[in-house]
Design a protein around this ligand. Sequence first.
Ligand code: RP5
Length: 198
Amino acid sequence: MPSSLPFPSLIAMSAAAAAAGPGEGASPRVAVVMGSDSDLPTMQPAVAVLEQFKVAVEVRVLSAHRTPLEMVAFAEAAAGRGLKVIIAGAGGAAHLPGMVAALTPLPVIGVPVHSRALSGVDSLHSIVQMPAGIPVATVAIGGGTNAGLLAVQILATADAELAGRLLEHRRALHDQVITKDQRLQELGSAAYLQGMGS
Ligand code: RP5
């Protein structure tokens, strides 16, 4: 195990524990919600990360503008249903993450969706600029993968098995970069670049 890796205290976690899953019919621990089904391509990477880490997830379309009452019902009931984290994505005048955060004590991760008119800068500003009191942990425009990983990290603070899976994931990222660096040094930059194009 390279010394440069973070989380050294997690090294002892067993591989067997890391392989465990949530089991059939497990209650969702994370909800991935979005303002429109047109947001799904942006949000699916978050779902994929959660599934990769064997975290039970539910996925919903809930619009702060078009289905406000359904959004309120969902957010008010979320904690009581056993959810631990909500990932909320929206584009344009992106009110959904902030409105959901206002209605639940659960941590809310906001995903700004790339918009046609302003390339997602409108979504980013709408989500990230929450006034003091109701935070939304905002990832990059189109940052579904990091939203999923952040949800896993939040859950892992109270779940040793999940923490073990996170450690394995970080180790794989580390090893990928080491392998690329070695190959770059062996081939030289021109040949490496040519190989990337093929
Ligand atoms: C927002 O409006 C949604 O989050 C979506 O990003 C955007 C456009 O929605 P559609 O017109 O594609 O349904 O509420």
